[in-house]
Design a binder for this molecule. Structure first.
Ligand code: NAP
Length: 531
């Protein structure tokens, strides 16, 4: 890249990067998106495994910034499947003519800030170079896969697949002997699909998960039209909710009603389907005793669904609250264990030893398989950022600065790295919310900030260390009051060996966080230094 520096380099062409590019253009900034994949869509480009589906309702899991996009796109199901969400990303890219400013197959390797010019030099793995005034990390929270190091992987003679990089042309696993490692949201969606055609399916589970039925169904025309006609009001309402998502609210404590009433409310939500189960009462996410009532309800459902009670027990989470890890939504997951061709391997009883040419040693047994699927999660929130060698003006590395856990101011910037923004970064509500709500808010905040810098004749903005420390302490303090701290989740980095256990997203909820961001900007970017 030669010539004048760009205003923005945006890393990632998922939904954050696409909107950031559009917004930058709207304000007359030059921008280039660098995307390692060969199409738009981010997480929905990579995670194309069978059964991949959103766990937020389609009517809410979309942009609202454009009347035209709302008008001309109609979702076909209550919860969109991956192909439809990817088609939506392509539709947006084409409709807004975004592709001409996206470099595909361009994996960012380094970014370094030059204090003399206030410019970022960005280089890609293939040697391409870019210079920009601002860098926006639109890298997504779940885009750096975490793959366990299992001894003997190279000796395995069969097929190895990763849900996070599923072959674009698909894979036919019918008639095969398959092992799936991992029973998070991904495994729980994948397993029922593979079970339909595999000769044998071994489900290797380390920790059982709470899952509730999605009850996906076609989206009827009336509902779709109703949302199209009121999407702005609906989004405004969503922003008044802690998770930025509209669920039926019940402002009663689970402990204020009798057991029959609780059962009635839980059963109603179980039949309706979806993550609204977590807010069936107002204290399920805060009070351990209240949480135990919903956890017990879901445990009873597992026992009711799975015929073999020994298997049901192994599938039942008992040692952490429901919702402390992100709740999973499924379509026939627990039923799958009633099939003759499916076997649950409880890794707590029979841990993975090593692989050999024909399969996996678990405990003292050997499982003969010809395909192994890793559904083992992500180095969440930080992995995609620290994978890039980012150096600040004094040569210090972001990876090193975050070695003890990420520190940011509002999840938007990190001290010591001027002009580097993060969309929905650690320290913002991010993964605890409907991601589209968080994306739009952050992109709009960043765009307005860069616009304000231009208007004020500034070329540089940086988060103050003191403001960042205060914010980090607040993020920790808020998290410490929640039940999130009671599970070994990816929110806490607990799924990646050696990762510091810090609760990364901000659990203070959308309304308070959005209001604070607005206030900070209105107050001349309080907590930031402009230069
Ligand atoms: P995850 O929730 O982190 O689950 C990973 C699974 O792999 C867990 O069961 C984990 O066990 C297991 N695992 C990891 N390392 C292992 C090892 N060394 N040996 C054995 N098992 C191991 O990851 P995910 O399922 O990909 O989901 C991540 C997030 O992505 C979700 O929480 C959700 O936010 C998002 N997602 C959303 C959807 C959707 O919209 N419906 C779908 C998929 C994913 P432990 O629990 O014991 O660590």
């Amino acid at each position: 890249m030669s010539g004048a520096p760009l205003d923005l380099v945006i890393v990632g062409a998922g939904f954050s990067g696409l909107y950031m590019l559009h917004k930058a253009r709207e304000l007359g900034f030059s921008a280039r998106v660098l995307e390692r994949g060969d199409d738009v869509g981010g997480t929905w480009f990579w995670n194309r495994y069978p059964g991949a589906r959103c766990d937020v309702e389609s009517t809410q899991y979309c942009y609202v910034f454009s009347e035209e996009l709302q008008r001309d796109w109609t979702w076909s199901e209550r919860y969109s499947a991956q192909p439809e969400i990817l088609a939506y990303a392509r539709f947006v890219a084409d409709r807004l003519d975004l592709r001409r400013d996206i470099a595909f197959g361009c994996e960012v390797a380094t970014a370094s800030f030059d204090a003399a010019t206030n410019l970022w030099a960005v280089s890609a793995a293939d040697g391409q170079k870019f210079v920009a005034r601002f860098v926006v990390m639109a890298t997504g929270p779940l885009s750096s896969a975490s793959l366990p190091a299992i001894a003997g992987l190279e000796a395995f003679a069969g097929k190895v697949l990763r849900t996070s990089a599923w072959p674009e042309q698909g894979v036919d696993l019918s008639g095969r002997r398959v092992a799936v490692i991992g029973t998070g949201s991904t495994g729980i969606q994948l397993i029922p699909e593979l079970a339909k055609t595999a000769e044998r399916l071994f489900v290797l589970q380390r920790t059982p998960n709470y899952s509730v039925p999605a009850r996906n169904r076609p989206l009827d025309r009336e509902t779709a039209e109703e949302w199209k006609g009121s999407f702005r009001e609906k989004r405004a309402l969503a922003k008044t909710r802690p998770s930025g998502t509209i669920y039926r609210v019940n402002d009663r404590s689970a402990l204020s009603v009798d057991a029959d009433e609780r059962e009635r409310v839980f059963e109603d939500r179980w039949q309706y389907g979806g993550a609204g189960m977590v807010v069936a009462f107002n204290d399920l996410t805060r009070d351990e005793k209240a949480n135990e009532t919903v956890a017990a309800f879901v445990r009873a459902k597992i026992a009711e669904t799975v015929k073999d009670q020994r298997i049901a027990a192994a599938l039942t989470p008992t040692d952490y609250p429901l919702g402390a890890k992100r709740i999973c939504l499924d379509t026939g997951y627990f039923d799958t264990f009633n099939r003759d061709n499916v076997e649950l391997v409880d890794l707590r009883e029979r841990p993975i030893g090593s692989l050999d040419a024909t399969g996996i040693h678990v405990g003292s047994d050997h499982i003969d398989v010809d395909t192994i699927v890793f559904a083992t999660g992500f180095d969440a929130l930080t992995g995609a950022i620290t994978a890039i060698r980012i150096t600040g003006p004094d040569g210090s590395s972001l990876r090193e600065q975050w070695a003890a856990g990420p520190r940011t101011y509002l999840g938007l910037m990190t001290a010591g790295f001027p002009n580097l923004f993060i969309v929905a970064g650690p320290g913002s509500p991010s993964v605890l919310t409907n991601f589209f709500v968080s994306i739009e808010q952050h992109v709009e905040w960043i765009a307005a900030c860069i616009d304000a810098l231009r208007a004020g004749g500034h070329t540089r903005i940086e988060a103050d260390k003191a403001a960042q420390e205060r914010w980090g302490d607040h993020v920790n303090e808020v998290a410490s009051r929640t039940l999130y701290m009671k599970a070994a989740s990816w929110y806490l980095g607990a799924n990646v060996p050696g990762k510091p256990r810090i609760f990364m997203p901000y659990a203070g909820g959308v309304p308070a966080y959005f209001a604070l961001c607005q206030e900070v900007a209105a107050d001349g970017y309080r907590g930031f230094t402009l230069g």
